[in-house]
Unconditional design. Structure first.
Length: 197
C-alpha cells in the first residue's frame, strides 16, 4: 500500500528555530513557515560535531547551514545514516522535524554527502524565495547596539536571549547577527553565544 509523504521543504535552520512548532495528536507535528506546514525538511549543512553512545546504537550530529545550528538525532533504525559521517562534511539531508524539552531537532531519512558547489546553489535557491530586504537600512543603529553588547561581554560572550532583548525581535536579531558574522566582526563559538573577533 502506498503511503503519501509530506513534502520535504528546502528551508534554513534559522527558519526552523525562529517559527512556531505545532504539536498535533495523531498527525505529523510541523513548524509554520510562511503559511506552510513544514513537517519534513531538506537541508544542506556542514557537520560541526558528532556524538555516539558506546554501543553505537544511537547518536547525534550537529549541523550548521550558516544561519544557525540544529541537532540530527538517530536511533537504532536510522543510526546507519550518521555512523560514517565526519566533522567538516557537507551533507544534503531529508528529515522530520521533532521537538523534545523545548528543543527542535531532526530525525534523518536520507543523508548524502555533497560538493560545495551544491551548497552555493542551495543558498541561491533560498535567497530567491525570501523577501528582498528583511532588515531595513535604519536597523544599522540596532546592529551597532548588538555589536557593542557583544564586545562588552568580552571573552564570556553574549547570549542569544540577551541580544534578542536588545533587538526586540528574534528574526531581526538573527539577521543582524548573521550580518555581523558575514562582516567578520563576531563569531559563534557555541550555539547561542556570540563573541567579538
Amino acid at each position: 500500500m502506498f503511503t503519501k509523504r509530506n513534502t520535504a521543504y528546502k528551508v534554513r535552520i534559522s527558519e526552523l528555530l525562529s517559527n512556531d512548532y505545532v504539536n498535533r495528536e495523531g498527525e505529523s507535528d510541523y513548524i509554520s513557515i510562511n503559511d506552510r506546514q513544514v513537517s519534513r525538511v531538506r537541508l544542506m549543512a556542514t557537520i560541526v560535531n558528532k556524538f555516539t553512545n558506546n554501543e553505537r546504537k544511537s547518536g547525534t550530529v550537529i549541523i550548521d547551514d550558516g544561519t544557525e545550528v540544529i541537532s540530527v538525532r538517530a536511533w537504532e533504525n536510522e543510526f546507519h545514516l550518521i555512523d560514517n559521517l565526519v566533522i567538516g562534511q557537507l551533507i544534503d539531508l531529508i528529515g522530520r522535524v521533532r521537538m523534545y524539552n523545548d528543543e527542535v531537532y531532526l530525525t534523518p531519512e536520507i543523508i548524502k554527502q555533497v560538493k560545495p558547489d551544491w551548497f552555493v546553489l542551495r543558498k541561491l535557491e533560498l535567497s530567491a524565495e525570501e523577501p528582498k530586504e528583511v532588515v531595513k537600512n535604519e536597523d544599522s543603529e540596532l546592529k551597532e547596539k548588538l555589536f557593542k553588547l557583544i564586545k562588552e561581554k568580552g571573552s564570556e560572550g553574549a547570549l542569544m536571549d540577551d541580544l534578542v532583548a536588545v533587538a526586540g525581535d528574534k528574526i531581526i536579531c538573527r539577521e543582524l547577527l548573521r550580518r555581523l558574522i558575514d562582516d567578520d566582526l563576531i563569531f559563534e563559538p557555541r550555539a547561542g553565544r556570540y563573541k567579538a573577533v
